[in-house]
Design a protein around this ligand. Structure first.
Ligand SMILES: *Cc1c(COP(=O)(O)O)cnc(C)c1O
Length: 407
């Protein structure tokens, strides 16, 4: 059996991969098992923002793996402190709790918000509520899917965790109406990724900040996908000159080689955790901390945030100039765009399959949106080449759609 047959036969069917077997990656390029080269236009949902096999990150990984990898947090280690200090410096927040995956860091934020609600705000026991946005994506644990509004993520997995209420994304008045004295936090993505790169109205985050301040509610931002340069700023909240009370990071924090996530917050929020109240065997291990710190250093030293802003403006300008009937909408910020395909002409899946044939890798989200989110290190020429292929695919689809209609 070949690699595709083996994976299909022995894996759970919780993914539906495109028909390509990847074997190697470097920078913004990936190669299949036969040696064909592709331009990566999705960066593993931002986990590969630094590009594949970044030499500095590999060097940090290798050197640290040989020194000390997983000593457990039963002891201090000489890598964790510098990593957490850098996270606090970058965010302007005061303390960080390291985890591994994004969903675990979201769970950490939920626990922090609830305990803060009871112990600091004085909400009655077990009554705390967290407001979330419809269309949200915060991961796949049972508590996190409890407040998903997407039936694909929830169906058959109940009973669900109570204590969440969802309001329409981008709607400030709805947040104001939903807040009660039992509201502990508002938890949102600044731009919704999995929902289809949905950019909220300008002023929405600032408005949320004001509403939260006026009602003594925590503002917690999930920047697992939007953070660390993806939107052309270190963090998407900087676009509106605000600061959250809690921030969730992941994906790119692992430099494309390890799962590294963190919940970063004010001292007041973080101090609700006491010894034994929360933890993770692998969270904050020396290897993850060394890689995480180098991931942050590379973003700064290689000016990847500035690159994302500049190339992102270029990408969005080019996409906006595409005049194809198949392209219903284009939106995004930084090197992160969603291209919405008219479902009467093609599915986003079909677009991704055709892109694959031309040497461009991307993945649809929600049947109608093609995500365009290359590694932040991508060369302008490679980006333009990939966008040219996208335009070709749109041309072909319109041609075949026109022929189908005529027939
Ligand atoms: C991917 C993602 C998560 C979950 O991260 P995992 O590492 O897959 O658990 C959470 N929030 C957002 C916004 C994400 O994009």
């Amino acid at each position: 059996m070949n690699a595709m047959e083996l994976e299909s036969r022995y894996s759970a069917r919780n993914y539906e991969p495109l028909p390509v077997v990847l074997a190697r990656g470097e920078g913004a390029h990936l190669w299949d098992a036969a040696g064909r080269r592709y331009v990566d236009m999705m960066s593993a949902y931002s986990a590969a923002s630094h590009g594949h096999a970044h030499p500095r990150i590999l060097a940090a990984l290798e050197a640290q793996a040989k020194r000390l990898a997983v000593p457990s947090r039963a002891f201090f280690n000489d890598r964790l402190g510098p990593f957490l200090a850098e996270l606090c410096k970058l965010t302007g927040l005061e303390a960080a709790l390291p985890m591994n995956t994004g969903a675990e860091a979201v769970e950490t934020a939920i626990k922090a918000a609830r305990r803060w609600g009871y112990r600091v705000k004085g909400i009655a026991r077990d009554g705390a509520e967290i407001l979330v946005a419809s269309g949200n994506f915060h991961g796949r644990t049972t508590t996190v899917i409890s407040f998903s509004t997407d039936q694909d993520y929830r169906d058959g997995f109940g009973p669900f965790t109570p204590g969440f209420r969802s309001v329409p994304f981008g709607d400030l008045a709805a947040v104001e109406r939903a807040i009660t004295p039992a509201t502990a936090a508002v938890l949102v993505e600044p731009i919704q990724g999995e929902a289809g790169i949905i950019v909220p109205p300008a002023g929405w985050l600032r408005g949320l900040r004001n509403i939260c301040d006026a009602n003594r509610v925590l503002l917690i931002l999930d920047e697992v996908q939007s953070g660390l340069g993806r939107t052309g700023a270190w963090f998407a909240y900087e676009h509106e000159s605000i600061r959250p009370d809690g921030l969730i990071l992941g994906k790119a924090l692992g430099g494309g080689v390890l799962p590294v996530s963190a919940f970063v917050a004010t001292r007041e929020v973080m101090d609700v955790f006491t010894p034994g109240s929360h933890g993770s065997t692998f969270g904050g291990n020396a290897l993850a901390a060394a890689v995480g710190l180098e991931a942050l250093n590379v973003i700064r030293d290689e000016k990847l945030v500035e690159r994302s802003a500049e190339l992102g403006t270029h990408m969005l300008a080019r996409l906006s100039a595409f005049k194809h009937a198949a392209l219903k909408d284009v939106r995004g910020r930084g090197l992160w765009a969603g291209a919405e395909i008219d479902p009467r002409i093609a599915s986003a899946r079909e677009v991704c399959e055709r892109l694959l044939q031309k040497g461009v890798l991307s993945k649809e989200t929600h049947h109608v949106v093609v995500r365009l989110a290359p590694p932040l290190v991508i060369a302008r020429a490679d980006l333009d080449w990939a966008l040219d292929r996208f335009a070709e695919v749109l041309d072909e689809l319109e041609g075949s759609h026109g022929r189908r209609k005529a027939a």
